[in-house]
Design a protein around this ligand. Sequence first.
Ligand SMILES: [Zn+2]
Ligand SMILES: [Zn+2]
Length: 177
Amino acid sequence: MNTTATCHCGTVRIAFTGAPIMSNECCCTSCRTANHRFEALLGAGQVVNDTGGTPYTLIRKDRVRLLSGGDCLQAHSLKPGAPTRRVIATCCNAPMYLEFKAGHWLSLYTDRIPLGERLPVELYTMTGDLPDRSRLTPGIPAPKTHTARFMAKLLGAWVAMGFRVPKIDWVKERANG
Ligand SMILES: [Zn+2]
Ligand SMILES: [Zn+2]
């Protein structure tokens, strides 16, 4: 199975194969802060859901590749030297993915994946950071922090990858902002 995630205008295209590791909606303060900043950029559109969470689809780094638009990718960190960076497509300001540099997975913004190919949200994460948890959809697990199940899924993928961390070097290091 081949899936292509694209920015709003179609310049940046990221393909992945196989089933994602999982689909979560992250409710942490860092995601909300960073993603609300992106929403202020022209054309970015809504990034954070009305729940206060942002949906991500986690893909193994060895199953993802950049098809086009690398020149448009720009990394943003909340703080200099932060282990996490969020990458946007500057052509249309669509947020593309979040990367924990030492991690073996890439968190694609689920909104970049074609509608019919998105996994439903399996899990809310870090809901303890939400000012109001009442907007979360009932029936979806909503732990206040990261859980053993979340970690086990990530670990399972890493085992399958032979404990490798493929390098994703699509983004030229630039001044963060
Ligand atoms: Zn674009
Ligand atoms: Zn988060």
